[in-house]
Design a protein around this ligand. Structure first.
Ligand code: AMP
Ligand code: MG
Length: 437
């Protein structure tokens, strides 16, 4: 990662923080914070080779160049009969004699004369000289019944039809998959189709995380009066796991400067990135700020967003090792929203992944939604199909501490910085929680 202190040409994070929102002089627009974070990131460079199956969800480290044509040879796209289109009569049905069969994986050995055809199965090699396949169902012969001739009806197929050409999927020497791709099931299949068994991927990102707060108790502990169970470590665990990070769960750290410093140093020495929750809001930030001033270059931002206004971001150094730092707010919904809209892209970028913006989908608001201009709001929504239209309504409770709103929702309604109140029936943008798999 870039050393923020070692780049005098760039302004420090605290200088960058002075860029302020039009509406709230103390808040930075989401987009601006995202852009600053984006500029601070350098991807990990180490590469490892893994077996094809283990490459699922990993970040491809270099372009994969196809060593072969796919398909390797011209072959049939259908079960039917193969022939040479020059044999077709221009103005009448054509009768061809059937002289053999080509099966997938077993090439037809004979040579064909003019006016001859062979029965051919899907995937079978097209014998030399044949260029067209008429599907089984076009010649009105029940499958399996022996035939010595077929009638190709006039204009039933075009020359070259139903033939897959060598290299039509991929040409030898062309890029099959570009580096930076997070490998999906289709990519594994594509790599297998090229006969590639070992895949170069970036090493996994190591991310340490802990929760801060004297009031936090871990699952399994007795809940003393005034205490809450630490849920952030579990949502963070889930989100980091889904990103494919190597995670270091450092537990709960109390609001004690020495304990916090020890935790930060240890995290820094063992991880590429550190994520904490809690301790960055107004009440707590001061002692965290003092410690951070010694450990690195960290800015404490107020972001023009809801939920999740406080955010600390920067880098920490300990024992010569540097780590990226995200200090997320403590409230359980705020921590998730801040993770999704700041940490997620940053971590993907560090992993070496090509990060595309999350697709937004337009849906009709089923009810009016109150919204103040000057901050981006991420309301938890329930998207459903109603009379042929995607409609969305916010979950009942939107408080930043109400984790149930995240659990009930299937999407986030993204209300842009400038947006004012939304009327029922207006179009709004949503981000879906789940994809195809
Ligand atoms: P803070 O940002 O530390 O002021 O915390 C804001 C609110 O979030 C407080 O009500 C905390 O009790 C709550 N909170 C902080 N961390 C956690 C956590 N790990 N799990 C659940 N609630 C938390
Ligand atoms: Mg706290």
């Amino acid at each position: 990662m870039t050393n923020l202190n070692a780049r005098p040409a760039k302004p420090s994070l605290s200088e960058l923080t002075s860029c302020l929102s039009d509406y709230d002089p103390h808040a930075m627009p989401v987009k601006q914070a995202q852009a600053i974070i984006h500029d601070c990131i350098t991807p990990v460079t180490a590469i490892e080779k893994v077996a094809l199956r283990s490459a699922l969800d990993r970040v491809l480290a270099s372009d994969i160049i196809s060593p072969i044509n796919v398909p390797a040879h011209d072959n049939s796209a259908m079960d039917g009969y193969a022939f040479n289109a020059v044999d077709l009569l221009p103005d009448a049905d054509t009768v061809l004699s059937v002289v053999g069969t080509a099966h997938a994986g077993r090439a037809y050995q004979g040579t064909l004369a003019r006016g001859q055809a062979i029965r051919i199965m899907t995937g079978a090699l097209m014998p030399d000289g044949l260029d067209t396949v008429i599907p089984q169902e076009f010649v009105n012969i029940p499958p399996g019944s022996p035939v010595d001739s077929i009638t190709v009806p006039l204009a039933a197929v075009k020359p070259g039809a139903n033939r897959r050409l060598a290299g039509e999927d991929l040409k030898a020497g062309s890029t099959a998959i570009g580096q930076g791709r997070i490998l999906r099931p289709a990519d594994l299949g594509l790599l297998a189709s090229l006969g590639i068994a070992e895949i170069p991927v970036r090493r996994r990102l190591r991310v340490a995380f802990f929760s801060t707060g004297d009031e936090l108790r871990s699952v399994g502990e007795v809940l003393d009066p005034g205490c809450v169970y630490d849920s952030n470590r579990y949502t963070l665990y889930g989100m980091l796991q889904r990103l494919g990070c190597d995670i270091i769960d450092m537990g709960v750290v109390g609001d004690d400067p020495q304990a916090l410093e020890n935790a930060f140093r240890s995290a820094c020495e063992n991880a590429d990135a550190i994520i904490t929750s809690g301790g960055v809001s107004v009440g707590d930030a001061d002692h965290t700020k003092q410690m951070m001033a010694q450990l690195g270059d960290v800015a404490f931002w107020k972001i023009g967003m809801r939920p999740g206004r406080p955010l600390a971001f920067g880098s920490i150094t300990s024992a010569g090792k540097q780590a990226l730092f995200f200090g997320l707010p403590g409230n359980p919904v705020a921590v998730m929203v801040s993770f999704y809209f700041f940490a997620r892209d940053a971590l993907l970028q560090m992993m070496g992944a090509q990060v595309a913006p999350l697709p937004l989908m337009r849906a009709t608001a089923a009810v009016g939604i109150r919204k103040r201009p000057g901050r981006t709001e991420y309301q938890r929504g329930i998207l459903s199909m109603n009379e042929g239209r995607w409609t969305v309504r916010p979950t009942a409770a939107q408080g930043s501490g109400i984790l149930r709103s995240m659990a009930e929702a299937n999407c986030m309604i993204v209300l842009a910085h400038e947006q004012a109140d939304v009327a029922s029936g207006d179009a709004v943008e949503v981000i879906l929680f789940d994809g195809l798999i």
